[in-house]
Design a protein around this ligand. Structure first.
Ligand code: HSE
Length: 433
């Protein structure tokens, strides 16, 4: 009997594209037994045909014409791995309109245009899958949409950027300053030549938008997510955090509260007894809480050639199984609610505050008076003499109880206007339920 084959086209042959090509090759022999038919890459869209030729068995499969792929009726699945908004958005919409299924790893696109793309997939009764867009090789989109569908999820949070986790780990374990740890990350290939999207939290912000949308069945877009990066974190902050029983991690947090969705990315202190505090180096982890499952955690490689390809190939196989079983488009957009997204000022957190004050009687009383006015309660406090002999300053580090962010900021503003307060050196949120 002739073996059934489903044809696919790959858009992009960079790190992830090359990984997908390799993983599919490694699955070739058992594919038919595993998923009911063979999937073959027939065409690969690349910019530079010559450069790409060395990476594939048959250079005839390479093309630099999207039209050639779009108009080829034998291609059932398009795998978009070029990234960015355009031309990826146009190619995906073209493919969906032409009745082709799409797999993408493109978080920039899904975090902004997810609804438009999923609506187009629904209209054409095809699948659009994007497991690799969040946390690379870690399965999280499919678990949320399928295995955990019987829950009302109240929280999905985690470490979803490997570059910044590597940098913060080095700062913590080797007492390095941010710029030295970034230089090391660049040297070792963890950070890109332009690390902005990682260190400023934008990459994690896109992932939080996607996670919140999927977990809470309500669309959250990139612009809804409050974002702060890690560039202002110092080795000293990390040392104080350790003294207070915490690690500092760049966390992406999405919460479904009675008053709306909270969605933010920022460096946070996290108590050492939380499982995320020990997720180090370039590893990612996502922690979810649902009313039925309670806590569940997903850990692994959030980036890289083969881990990301693992998620992409999982999506391809899922589509192939759907084609074989004639049940495509079964799980599309799951955003059937319209929940409001809260302003950051209206969220409640604990805060770490490091400041320099005059070292004299009554200064702490002045501080606590301001705190009391804005409902800020102190949970922990450390005071150190300033390093300098002659400035008569003390460094005070406080961790507050939970307080509305807007109130905390007003209190800090009022403190900074006091003559006894010489410098507000840092405010960092503290993770806690
Ligand atoms: N640059 C990301 C990271 C991987 O460092 O985790 C791709 O999203």
């Amino acid at each position: 009997m002739e073996e059934k084959v489903i044809n696919a086209a790959l858009l992009g042959l960079g790190t992830v594209g090359t990984g997908v090509y390799k993983v599919l090759k490694g699955q070739e022999e058992e594919m038919t037994t595993k998923i009911g038919c063979k999937v073959k890459i027939r065409k690969i869209l690349v910019r530079n045909l010559e450069k790409a030729a060395a990476k594939v068995d048959d250079p005839a499969m390479l093309t630099n014409s999207w039209e050639e792929i779009k108009q080829d009726p034998s291609i059932d699945i398009v795998i978009e791995l070029i990234g960015g908004i355009e031309p990826a958005r146009t190619y995906i919409l073209d493919a969906l309109h032409a009745g082709k299924h799409v797999v993408t790893a493109n978080k920039d696109l899904i975090a902004v245009h997810g609804k438009e793309l999923l609506d187009a997939a629904k209209a054409s009764h095809v699948d659009l899958l994007f497991e690799a867009a969040v946390a690379g090789g870690i399965p999280i989109i499919r678990p949320l949409k399928q295995c955990l569908a019987g829950n009302h999820m109240s929280e999905v949070m985690g470490i979803v950027n490997g570059t910044t986790n590597f940098i913060l780990t080095k700062m913590s374990q080797d007492n390095m300053e941010f710029k030295d740890a970034l230089a090391l990350a660049t040297k070792l290939g963890y950070a890109e030549a332009d690390p902005t999207a990682d260190i400023d939290g934008l990459d994690a912000g896109r992932k939080v938008a996607i996670l919140a949308s999927v977990a809470f069945n309500s669309r959250v877009v990139f612009d809804d997510v409050y974002i702060e990066g890690i560039t202002k974190i110092s080795a000293k902050d990390i040392r104080y955090a350790k003294e207070m029983g915490c690690a500092i991690k760049l966390l992406g947090v999405a919460r479904n509260t009675d008053t709306g969705v909270e969605a933010y990315v920022c460096p946070m202190l996290i108590p050492n007894d939380h499982p995320l505090a020990t997720v180090n180096d370039s590893y990612n982890a996502v922690f979810v809480h649902g009313d039925a499952v309670e806590d569940a955690m997903f850990f692994g490689r959030g980036a890289g050639e083969l881990p990301t390809a693992s998620a992409v190939v999982g999506d391809i196989f899922d589509i192939v199984r759907n084609i074989v079983a004639n049940c495509c488009g079964r799980i599309g957009c799951t955003c059937y609610k319209q929940l409001p997204v809260k302003r950051m000022e209206d969220t409640y957190n604990r805060y770490f505050l490091r400041l320099h004050v005059e070292d004299r009687c009554g200064v702490l009383a002045e501080m606590t008076e301001v705190f009391a006015k804005y409902h800020v309660s102190i949970a922990q406090i450390i005071q150190r003499d300033s390093q300098s002999q002659d400035d008569h300053l003390a460094e005070v580090v406080v961790i507050t109880a939970k307080v509305r962010e807007g109130d905390f900021k007003t209190a800090v503003q009022e403190l900074s206007n006091k003559s006894s307060v010489k410098r507000i050196s840092k405010t960092i949120r503290v993770y806690g339920k």
